[in-house]
Design a protein around this ligand. Structure first.
Ligand SMILES: NC(=O)c1ccc[n+]([C@@H]2O[C@H](COP(=O)([O-])OP(=O)(O)OC[C@H]3O[C@@H](n4cnc5c(N)ncnc54)[C@H](O)[C@@H]3O)[C@@H](O)[C@H]2O)c1
Ligand SMILES: O=C/C=C/C=C(\O)C(=O)O
Length: 483
């Protein structure tokens, strides 16, 4: 692991890899060693300007926007196949750049990216066909690609989330400018090679690396841009929405979360323990959908917490490239400092540690943090209200179903929720009352790409997935004719 270097990353514009116009680069760092992995082109507003012109010209040429949906699907499915042909290489790059366990990159991130490409390519053939008759009049709707689409991606699941957005936008016939997060650009730029090999016309997919403050701003204010889809922090989402308002561009925002994971006394406790461990510690807790507030019914609180902390001790934190590793390194030294700061805040607020609370001993070179569990937590504490986005769980007892729902909803966020119970009616009753876009009952993060995905309250605006993605990435036109 130590000393691994990867190919330097350039911008992918108009089907070619190029340097930033300024020639500047920045380094991407391996979170497991804090050593440099590769140099990355550092784009500026001028690069975005150039790319927006390429994307607009390509869109207007019709080479992709007017290609038949079947032909588009062939190319996107080919990209999907090529992703799987290169699964090991892509997984290694993702693991080195993000710090996540290789078993995750190999078993989830990259295969899910291939699935994203294939799913939206195929679905494009079947969605959004509408036709109505009314007396002598017939109406139908055409869903045309919207145009140049800006996609801005965070660092936690880079390749998976990039393809989650880009596949839908491309399948709908748009041209795309995508920006990965500066911590994790390496897998994203590889999609350019794959696009070229699959025969995607130049200028359809463009990939830009550089700072959110300049490149991201230019991507959200450029007059050529017709759609913006963003995944990231709530505060960044607000800035993007303000910028988008200046051009009146529709936005789709997938933002932060502080989701309640509710364990009722009638749940299968062993299943709830393993599911709840997964819900907070998968991907080092760096996942927007994390069940970061564990609400446990008082009657089983102690029994559950004992089982849970015993299971936490078994989590193997280690070298992300080791196939046995369950939890890797946090994405950056500064993120590790933020996570540790929250742990100190929790202690100062009076919460108690049942597990973790510090860096992993003997692994100081990388950003390794112990899986951390706080109890004696009140939901009003900062550690229960603010998104930590790391391996830190707060456990809160509750008495009744009404208490659980009240605590779950006492949050600015509304992304996800989890309910563990064997009472069918309770499961649906609670799921209906938790204010969140996504609810899982006796499971967590099981995805069907046809379903609406996104959050309410401070967790976002809009939904993607299935027909919802196609609605967002297209412009509807109703045509009515007298017959
Ligand atoms: N709801 C979801 O589906 C979902 C999924 C994954 C992550 N997230 C959230 O993402 C956050 C973690 O990711 P992050 O730290 O990369 O988020 P972030 O908001 O800091 O950055 C996300 C992206 O936005 C860019 N950016 C920054 N400032 C910008 C600006 N002013 N204009 C345009 N772009 C800008 C960044 O460079 C990066 O590419 C967490 O809050 C997490 O909950 C949400
Ligand atoms: O960290 C956030 C997870 C986002 C997940 C998806 O976008 C998805 O599964 O489609």
């Amino acid at each position: 692991m130590s000393g691994t270097t990867l190919k330097d990353a350039k911008l992918f514009i108009n089907g070619e890899y190029v340097d930033a116009l300024s020639g500047e680069t920045f380094d991407t760092i391996n979170p497991a060693t804090n050593e440099k992995l590769a140099s990355v082109a550092n784009a500026s507003e001028q690069d975005v300007q150039k790319t927006a012109e390429v994307a607009q010209k390509t869109f207007e040429s019709g080479v992709w926007s007017k290609m038949s949906v079947d032909d588009r699907a062939k190319i996107l499915c080919k990209m999907s196949d090529l992703v799987m042909e290169r699964v090991e290489e892509l997984a290694m790059v993702e693991t080195l750049d993000v710090g996540k366990p290789i078993k995750e990159s190999l078993g989830f991130d990259i295969p899910r990216a291939a699935q994203n490409l294939r799913f939206f390519a195929e679905m494009a053939k079947y969605v959004n066909h509408e036709h109505y008759d009314k007396g002598n009049y017939m109406s139908y709707a055409k869903y045309a690609p919207a145009g140049v689409t800006s996609l801005i991606i965070p660092w936690n699941l880079p390749f998976m989330q990039m393809t989650w957005k880009a596949s839908a936008a491309l399948a709908a016939g748009n041209t795309v400018i995508v920006k990965p997060a500066s911590y994790t650009p390496l897998s994203a730029v590889m999609l350019g090679e794959i696009a070229n090999e699959a025969g995607l016309p130049p200028g359809v997919l463009n990939i830009i690396t550089g700072p959110g403050s300049t490149v991201g701003t230019a991507m959200t204010t450029h007059p050529n841009v017709r759609r913006i889809s963003f995944v990231g922090e709530t505060t960044t989402g607000k800035t993007i929405m303000k910028n988008a308002a200046s051009q009146l561009i529709p936005v789709s925002l997938e933002l932060g979360g502080k989701s309640a994971n509710i364990v009722f006394e009638d749940a299968d406790l062993d299943e709830a323990v393993s599911g709840s461990i997964e819900a907070i510690f998968r991907n080092q807790g760096e996942i927007c959908l994390a069940g970061s507030r564990l609400l446990v019914q008082e009657s089983v609180y102690e029994a559950f917490l004992d089982k849970f902390t015993a299971a936490v001790q078994k989590i193997k934190v280690g070298d992300p490239l080791d196939p046995a590793t369950d939890m890797g390194a946090l994405v950056s030294a500064s993120h590790l400092a933020t996570v540790d700061e929250y742990v100190q805040i929790g202690l100062a607020e009076g919460a108690k540690l049942a597990a973790g609370g510090k860096r992993v001993a003997g692994m100081d070179k990388g950003n390794f943090y112990e899986p951390t569990v706080f109890y004696e937590v009140d939901n009003s504490m900062r550690i229960a209200q603010e998104e930590i986005f790391g391996p830190v769980l707060v456990v809160i007892p509750f008495k009744t179903e009404e208490d659980a729902i009240r605590i779950a909803n006492d949050s600015i966020y509304g992304l996800a929720g989890v309910v563990w119970t064997n009472d069918l009616r309770r499961a649906h009753r609670v799921a209906a009352q938790v204010d969140a876009g996504l609810l899982w009952i006796n499971c967590w993060y099981v995805r069907d790409l046809r379903t609406p995905f996104g959050g309410s309250k401070a967790s976002g605006i809009g939904r993607e997935g299935g027909r919802h993605s196609f609605e967002f990435y297209t412009e509807a036109k109703t045509i009515t004719m007298k017959c």
